[in-house]
Design a protein around this ligand. Structure first.
Ligand SMILES: [Ca+2]
Ligand SMILES: [Ca+2]
Ligand SMILES: [Ca+2]
Length: 505
């Protein structure tokens, strides 16, 4: 078959069209695990256990796979052919992450002005109705308010009445130690105060392009900030607050000292974090063992771009605030991280951040002496599906796309690295057959990031899909890696066939 691109009235370029074909290694595996060109349930079970590493699989599991393949029209009662086997490998039910319940992403953008308590009531009702739709884990509501005491009382009443028993109230037993998300299941927590970063974000979203006007607005906004401990906070309102914001009056130098008598939430800008990470990495880790650390974007990000969330996570920061409206690598890393734990929105910190070394020392993500713990081998065989997701001339006007893949690790500095495949020129079904090896010191904190692009010699390469996967949950074996668009929405067809091997050292 041929594919034609019309260049002008009289000129047409034609390209031979291949289809998605099983790579040689897949054919060999099929031969090894099948007799007379068909793979039976028992043979498939052996493959699933030995190659895919699914030790607990049984024949019902394989029968279920066969059943699902019926919809692809590649099923035979006595076993599957090579085509069926290849379709199984590339199918949605052969994901590199463990199967989880369907996750619905709910994103609220709420703007409430003082003029209407009706709107607030609507918001509170919406939160109440949907808070535990996806997971039972707690919902933290940060009230970005600037209210006089009489209105605080009013809000306190509304919040208490709406949420009733689901509202978590911080009793004395929790003053020195935050309860775990497990204990807080089905609870709503209120966090304040009107954080500086909120005001700054508001300023940064104003339409003016005059930097001096913006700087003035930032200064004005900062002056408006009231300390949470100031007396005029209504008692009813204070009682609702279960996560108390600490203040940063001690400055950069003293902010990590903490308070032995109570746990706090500290908000710090990405710049503070970067400065502290350079010289006081293990102090940050220690601070976040007891307290909550929240990172927010620096005020000069007027374009709502994002910063690298890894810096916060590898130091144990529990909340890393993001601009969800701007796309790019850092947003993909954020989305990748939260694919873990069934996509419920909470990811447990690895032990390395919670426990101390034999000498009582805290983990330092920038240490140069960390030992290699795991070697990850990733083989990218090929890819398919772009011809179904994109128009013929989407990537190149007069020829099929020239795909290459970039594959890398986001993690602690020593683990962070990336490689790329060769470019497969003029091919909708790229074949790379290339293996990459990663030596990892802290695999618990690593994400595997893959981006596919169309190579262009004269212009910027075109984006063709991406994914980030939490390494801690990657299932070994040959897997179908689905790709997502810039915003993180999964593409319907585009996917890669990839083999993962994890070797402990
Ligand atoms: Ca192009
Ligand atoms: Ca091309
Ligand atoms: Ca191209």
């Amino acid at each position: 078959m041929k594919e034609s691109f019309k260049v002008c009235f009289c000129c047409v370029r034609s390209f031979k069209v291949k289809t998605s074909e099983p790579p040689q290694e897949i054919k060999t595996l099929f031969d090894n695990y099948s007799g007379d060109g068909r793979m039976s349930v028992d043979e498939m079970l052996r493959f699933v256990i030995q190659v895919q590493g699914e030790k607990h699989a049984d024949s019902n599991y394989v029968k279920d796979i066969f059943h699902r393949l019926k919809h692809h029209g590649v099923f035979h009662p006595r076993g599957i052919h090579l085509e069926g086997f290849y379709r199984y490998l590339l199918s949605d039910f052969n994901s590199p992450l463990p199967p989880s319940g369907e996750v619905i992403n709910i994103c609220f953008t709420l703007e409430w002005t003082l003029t209407s308590t009706e709107d607030l009531q609507k918001c509170l009702n919406a939160v109440k109705e949907n808070a535990f739709e996806v997971s039972e884990y707690p919902v933290v509501l940060t009230l970005e308010d600037h209210l006089p005491p009489d209105l605080q009382k009013k809000v306190a009443k509304m919040v208490s009445k709406t949420f009733g028993g689901t509202l978590f109230r911080c009793t004395d037993e929790y003053k020195e130690r935050f309860p775990s998300p497990e204990t807080l299941k089905n609870k709503i927590l209120i966090s304040t105060k009107p954080p500086k970063e909120y005001l700054q974000t508001q300023v940064s979203q104003t339409s003016t392009t005059d930097e001096s006007v913006k700087a003035k607005k930032v200064a004005d906004a900062e002056e408006l900030i009231q300390d949470e401990d100031e007396e005029y906070v209504a008692i009813e309102y204070r009682d609702l607050i279960s996560i108390h914001a600490g203040n940063r009056k001690g400055g950069l130098k003293n902010c990590l000292n903490g308070d032995p008598n109570r746990v706090i939430r500290l908000s710090m800008s990405e710049q503070w974090l970067e400065t502290l990470a350079k010289t006081r990495g293990s102090d940050l880790v220690k601070f976040t063992q007891r307290n909550i650390l929240r990172i927010f974007p620096k005020t000069t990000r007027f374009d709502s771009s994002n910063y690298d969330p890894m810096v916060g996570w590898i130091h144990g920061a529990q909340m890393v605030a993001f601009n969800m409206q701007s796309h790019g690598r850092f947003l993909w890393i954020m989305q990748g991280m939260f694919k873990a734990n069934g996509g419920c929105g909470y990811v447990k910190k690895p032990d390395v951040l919670l426990s101390n070394g034999s000498g009582g020392e805290n983990f330092d993500p920038s240490s140069k002496s960390l030992q290699i713990k795991t070697v990850l081998k990733v083989k990218i065989y090929n890819g398919e599906g772009w011809n179904l997701d994109f128009p013929q001339d989407y990537f190149d006007r007069y020829s099929p796309p020239d795909f290459y893949a970039r594959i890398g690790i986001a993690g602690i500095p020593l683990d962070t690295t990336s490689y790329r495949t060769e470019t497969d020129t003029d091919e909708w079904f790229p074949v790379w057959d290339k293996e990459f090896e990663f030596s990892l010191r802290v695999p618990e904190l690593a994400l595997l990031c893959i981006t596919v692009k169309d190579y262009d010699s004269n212009t910027q390469n075109d984006f063709a899909g991406q994914t980030c996967l939490p390494l801690s949950e990657i299932r070994p074996g040959i897997r179908a890696v689905r790709l997502h668009d810039r915003a993180g929405e999964v593409l319907k067809h585009a996917r890669l066939l990839v083999r993962f091997v994890l070797e402990p050292r």
